[in-house]
Design a protein around this ligand. Structure first.
Ligand code: GUN
Length: 283
């Protein structure tokens, strides 16, 4: 078997066009504030890409680039200003932050109804309880790709490798919400290859280049590779692509798979925030 490619770029383009149409219907430009502290080059690239995608969807992008020495108090003060700013529908503070700033304190200060990253404990709780909130963009993009590829996920065996707050844990909640049977595997799991071989849906989010091998994958499985690892010669995922593609039925490439969906989902969440505000104001 040779796996069919799941074209994240094409799915993301379609979602971005939907969002742009939603912005036109809304009749005003939703605003996304992106805050970057310090000069991590990879973060700088992501922040630029987010700003460009916003403008292309007809949204307003507010970029706040702060020096690495910024104090936690100064950052919290900026977040509070953005919470109160009616032009801002979504707030994203790019992670990682410098060591002297506690990310949990920053996330807890963001208004949960502007937390388009879905990282605030209130949104984590809403997701776990099946309530409307904001869902982290990367796992939301993965779920959309899975539903578009497979349709109904009910009863499928899903294995998520990785238990981060940003991807693994919310991914597991989303799959559970879609009626999959979910296993979350991690660095302490026993016999990871055997766990992975059970999966109809295998999501790899560990940040280790090529860790998932061909013989870990059940024939016909759908494999979602969330890894973005910089190695000599370019970007690679967490999945040993050529080996795994020989077993799987569907697989996301790196780059061009999950990555483009993440930004498209950020735009989707920002539009959702603006739409919810309109409904609240009309009520
Ligand atoms: N750093 C890596 N991924 C993300 C993300 O989705 N949101 C934020 N805020 N920072 C990140």
């Amino acid at each position: 078997m040779t796996a069919a490619l799941i074209d994240g770029k094409a799915h993301a383009a379609a979602l971005r066009a939907d969002v742009a149409a939603g912005v036109t219907r809304l009749g005003r430009a939703p605003g996304l504030a992106v805050v970057l502290v310090g000069d991590d080059p990879a973060s700088g690239v992501y922040v630029r890409a987010k700003g460009k995608a916003c403008r292309e969807a007809g949204m307003a992008s507010f970029e706040h680039r702060l020096p690495a020495e910024t104090t936690q108090d100064a950052l919290l003060a900026l977040v509070r200003r953005l919470n109160a700013d009616p032009a801002v529908d979504g707030i994203l503070v790019q992670l990682p932050l410098p060591d002297h700033i506690n990310p949990d304190a920053v996330i807890a200060t963001i208004d949960p109804d502007k937390d388009v990253d879905g990282f605030h404990p209130v949104n984590v709780g809403r997701l776990a309880s099946g309530l409307h909130g904001f869902v982290p963009c990367t796992p939301l993009g993965c779920l959309m790709l899975l539903k578009d590829t497979l349709g109904d996920l009910s009863g499928l065996e899903a294995v998520v490798v990785g238990r981060s707050n940003i991807v693994g844990k919310p991914m597991a909640q989303l799959l559970l919400g879609a009626n999959a049977t979910v296993t979350v595997a991690h660095s302490k799991s026993r016999d990871l290859p055997a766990l992975c071989r059970r999966a109809d849906i295998l999501v790899a989010a560990v940040g280790r280049p090529g860790m998932i091998r061909g013989d870990w994958v059940k024939p016909g499985a759908t494999v979602i590779d969330v890894g973005i690892n910089r190695v000599e010669g370019g970007l690679v995922g967490d999945v040993a692509y050529d080996e795994v593609a020989a077993h799987a039925a569907h697989i996301t490439p790196v780059p061009g798979g999950v990555g483009p969906m993440t930004i498209a989902c950020l735009l989707r969440n920002t539009l959702t925030s603006a739409e919810r505000r309109r409904m609240k104001e009309a009520a």
